[in-house]
Design a protein around this ligand. Structure first.
Ligand code: ZN
Length: 157
């Protein structure tokens, strides 16, 4: 499986060096939330323009390690243009991938179910992170922050 791990490393490095949807949204006023991971010092701000049904546009800014930055970039690609419900589902699927491995910690590494990998696409590249439990919070930071933005959109301002 060395070939697959090389591919995953390439995807993570690519999103770290060439982050997608990097920047801010402020016109029209965007929904936003900030996340911070004190374990690693990662910071992320997620901006979303929504018409109430879809994530019409999304941007992220911040600083941190390669895992947190590439995960934020991959997250924006995964949910941009999707409905709020689809974005929730993406968050659930991603965090599920992380928790499957969290639960399996201590035992031999377990591969996630093939169905998960299919729906995850490039996000599957981050599954290697679970071998380093301290980095899981780096990978989930942007997703938890997106979840806060969705809460704000759904409860209105
Ligand atoms: Zn980090």
């Amino acid at each position: 499986m060395q070939g697959l791990e090389d591919l995953y490393r390439e995807i993570i490095l690519d999103h770290y060096k060439n982050p997608r949807n990097s920047g801010q949204l402020d016109s029209p006023p965007a929904h936003r939330a900030e996340g911070y991971n004190p374990l690693c010092g990662d910071e992320v701000t997620v901006y979303v323009d929504s018409d109430g049904e879809k994530l019409v546009d999304i941007k992220m800014s911040g600083q941190g390690c390669s895992i947190s930055r590439s995960s934020a970039s991959l997250m924006t690609v995964a949910v941009k243009g999707r409905t709020l419900a689809e974005a929730r589902e993406a968050i659930r699927t991603f965090k599920n991938m992380m928790s499957i491995h969290e639960a399996a910690m201590g035992s031999e590494t377990e591969e996630p179910a093939p169905a998960d990998l299919r729906t995850l696409g490039e996000l599957a590249a981050l599954q290697g992170v679970v071998k380093f439990p301290v980095r899981i919070k780096c990978a989930t930071l942007a997703w938890n922050t997106l979840s806060q933005v969705l809460d704000e959109i759904e409860t209105g301002e």
